[in-house]
Design a protein around this ligand. Structure first.
Ligand code: GLY
Length: 421
């Protein structure tokens, strides 16, 4: 099978590394890819968000199967176009991808499906902002209604900061979603969904703030670990039954079945699990740790999702132990990053590439905000964490920064799911 993976992050590097081990994959390409994916897959140029461009590339390259990683192409309808061209494709239709592309749409689906989430109010004009904010209590949660690469959210107890973020979004023409704050530990649950069947992967936790102790602004994700040693028994089954399956059923009922990876971001609150957000694709950086532990061949699994045969797949096989990833970000990130710095140590095992490219002189340099995602594994979370940070010591990028506390509180036994009241 000739497989084309669309995207250029560490998520796509993790996907192509897993697929490169699958015997049925006879050719593997990544478009546009990065310096890391280029070492395992053919690197092809493409405007990933352009449906016609991706179809032309997939057709020219004679792809049998296309896997779309990021949300932007999915929301733009790239998966629809690839399927319409007769090529099997992993990824939801543009209609189903609205579960991530429009937070208002996601709220509507959740309400219809009876799924718990934060109460919310949409504001589309500054004239309504103060009255709407006044109906919430701190901490205020202010979100961009559309796609914002994880950076559209501000959570602050300071009214002025919350208001200023909302004003910036509104001034840019973006409707704003105000939400009640959901406390409790967060869980990222990835589920393969083929329209009907829902197959959960291992639960993970990511770290969205840029700094240690969850300080500073939100990012696309600074690190992650899986599985969750503190998760109560039966948590995943409960989340599938109460959250993911009802949402998948609601999308199918609306005539827009979800086919791909449905990512539920949840908070385990004292009143029970509640959805923070849905995403329409594998999360980054959680994918890097989840796939580090998956032993079932990935290509067949994603293909079964694409062609509607997930129910016939054997149970997933997982490695024992745990995985931790730490993101190395460029100076300035999550603001405008400094680009073009030379990376050393980036070719080592466990170092996944995101914003990297190879210069004409052969040097690998930074080309984005999140540059690398360093993955460690071990017999338990403490060992995986130690492995990740030891690997990170071998990587050098001038001006870069990373969090030093990924998975630390979980290792120290300081994370616990609240007992629901
Ligand atoms: N880890 C957050 C995201 O992928 O959106």
């Amino acid at each position: 099978m000739r497989v084309l993976v669309v995207g250029s992050g560490a998520r796509e590097h993790a996907i192509v590394l897993a697929m490169a081990q699958d015997p049925e994959v006879t050719a593997l390409a990544c478009a546009p890819g990065n310096a890391g994916t280029a070492a395992v897959a053919e690197q092809l140029g493409v405007d990933a968000a352009g449906p016609a461009a991706v179809v032309a590339l997939a057709t020219d390259w004679k792809a049998d199967f296309v896997v779309i990683g990021p949300e932007v192409p999915l929301v733009a309808g790239v998966a629809d176009a690839v399927r319409a061209s007769g090529i099997a494709c992993f990824g939801p239709s543009a209609e189903a991808a609205r579960i991530e592309g429009s937070k208002t749409f996601a709220k509507d689906v959740m309400a219809a499906a009876g799924v718990r989430t934060a109460t919310a109010e949409i504001v589309d004009t500054p004239a309504r902002l103060d009255a709407a904010l006044g109906r919430f209590t701190p901490p205020y949660v202010v979100k961009d209604d559309g796609l914002a690469a994880g950076k559209g959210v501000v959570v602050s107890s300071d009214y002025d900061i919350a208001r200023a973020h909302a004003c910036t979004l509104l001034d840019g023409g973006h409707p704003v979603l105000l939400e009640s704050y959901l406390d409790g530990p967060e869980v990222s649950l990835f589920c393969l969904v083929d329209g009907d069947t829902v197959v959960p992967l291992l639960p993970a936790q990511d770290f969205k703030r840029v700094g240690d102790d969850d300080s500073g602004p939100n990012t696309g994700g600074m690190g992650a670990y899986a599985p969750l040693p503190w998760a109560p028994d039966g948590l995943v089954d409960e989340l599938v039954a109460d959250v993911v399956a009802p949402v998948a059923a609601e999308l199918a009922k609306r005539g827009t079945p979800f086919q791909g990876l449905l990512y539920a971001g949840l908070a385990l609150t004292s009143s029970g699990p509640a959805v923070v957000e849905f995403n329409c694709r594998f999360g980054d950086p959680e994918t890097q740790v989840v796939l580090a532990l998956l032993r079932t061949p990935l290509t067949a699994l994603l293909h079964a999702t694409a062609v509607g045969t997930l129910a016939q797949q054997p149970p997933l096989q997982w490695a024992d132990g745990a995985a931790v990833t730490v993101v190395v970000a460029a100076e300035g990130y999550p603001g405008p990053p400094r680009l073009g710095d030379v990376i050393s140590g980036g070719e080592a095992d466990g170092v996944l590439h995101a914003g990297t490219r190879r210069r004409d002189d052969g040097a690998v340099v930074s080309s984005g905000g999140r540059v690398l995602s360093v993955v460690g594994t071990g017999a338990d979370l403490a060992a995986a964490r130690a492995d990740a940070y030891a690997r990170l010591d071998g990587v050098h990028l001038a001006g870069s920064h990373h969090r030093t506390d990924i998975a630390l509180r979980a290792v120290q036994g300081e994370v616990a799911a609240p007992v629901a009241t």
